[in-house]
Design a protein around this ligand. Structure first.
Ligand code: HEC
Length: 268
């Protein structure tokens, strides 16, 4: 009789646990918790059910002395083992990942100072060129046929623009734009506009404006998301101007006409 009612209570509480677990998962999904958390919430609901089931379990035979101590130890080891084993199945924090991200940020900062140096060199080369021209003018006015030619190397500018697009792609990853925007057929779980053709639709300045002030432009057909302010208004605080420039250069290079990126509409 006691066994039967215990079996009933196990059924009832397991069912309740599953219902609460599913409810938690749905809520977690709606509020955009990552899948790992959704699994955790479900497991916690089941753990709760287990605790309530144990409360109803028939009493054990009383243990005394060394036996009690042994049982306590076994129980402790069992729980610890379970917890450690369970936790190690879940994805682990990887310091190498984080280091990689930091390295990317630093790469841009470093490249920026390199660019600064290149600009300086170009300016110096131009200055020398001017002076050489002035000298050769002076010489020819003196009647000499001397010609002085100084070639200023400007190729550094061209190479740098390629680098900037690559750095912009890093920013796309670092700022996690891919969470909402699909690109190259990837990402966009939160269903913002696909980005593959944005370079044909917005100029560099317009893109910059959209990122700094998301309310300044609205993607056609995304009225609800626009009204809700789904695109975060935080990048002007999070990103350095050079990082935004790089990101915008990357976006401007996306010109895949086979993808229907929605038309941007200028707002206020
Ligand atoms: C939380 C989701 C979310 C994130 C993160 C996000 N966006 Fe958006 N974005 C949207 C939504 C939704 C729209 C469409 C509504 C609108 O225009 O505001 C949009 C629109 C845009 C548009 C206009 C597209 C068009 O076709 O008109 C651009 C450009 C854009 N986002 C760039 C970015 C960049 C760059 C990042 C990362 C720095 C980013 N977004 C991060 C949700 C997001």
């Amino acid at each position: 009789m006691a066994n039967q009612s215990f079996a009933k209570s196990v059924m009832k509480k397991t069912t309740l646990g599953v219902i609460i677990g599913v409810l938690l998962v749905v809520i977690a999904q709606q509020t955009h918790f990552p899948p790992v958390f959704q699994i955790m919430f479900f497991l916690y609901a089941m753990l709760g059910a287990l605790v309530f089931i144990l409360l109803d379990a028939p009493a054990m035979k009383r243990l005394e002395g060394l036996k009690a101590l042994g049982a306590l130890l076994v129980f402790y080891l069992l729980l610890s083992g379970l917890y450690i084993a369970g936790a190690s199945i879940l994805p682990q924090f990887d310091p190498e990942d984080e280091k990689g991200k930091i390295e990317k940020v630093l790469k841009l900062r470093r490249a920026q100072t390199e660019l600064g140096k290149a600009d300086e060199l170009i300016a110096r080369a131009k200055e020398l060129d001017e002076r050489a021209k002035a000298i050769s003018k002076q010489l020819s006015s003196l009647g000499a046929d001397a010609k002085v030619e100084v070639a200023a190397t400007t190729s550094a500018g061209g190479a740098a623009s390629g680098d900037i697009v690559a750095l912009g792609k890093d920013q796309w990853e670092l700022q996690e734009c891919y969470n909402c925007h699909k690109l190259y057929g990837q990402g966009g779980k939160k269903r913002g506009p696909e980005m593959d053709n944005i370079g044909n639709l917005m100029t560099v300045d317009q893109l910059k404006e959209k990122i700094l002030y998301p309310k300044s432009w609205k993607a056609e057909g995304f009225d609800k998301d626009y009204d809700k302010g789904k695109m975060p208004d935080k990048y002007k605080d999070l990103m350095f101007p050079q990082e935004i420039d790089a990101l915008v250069a990357f976006l401007a290079s996306l010109k895949d006409e086979s993808v229907k990126t929605p038309k941007p509409i200028k707002m206020n």
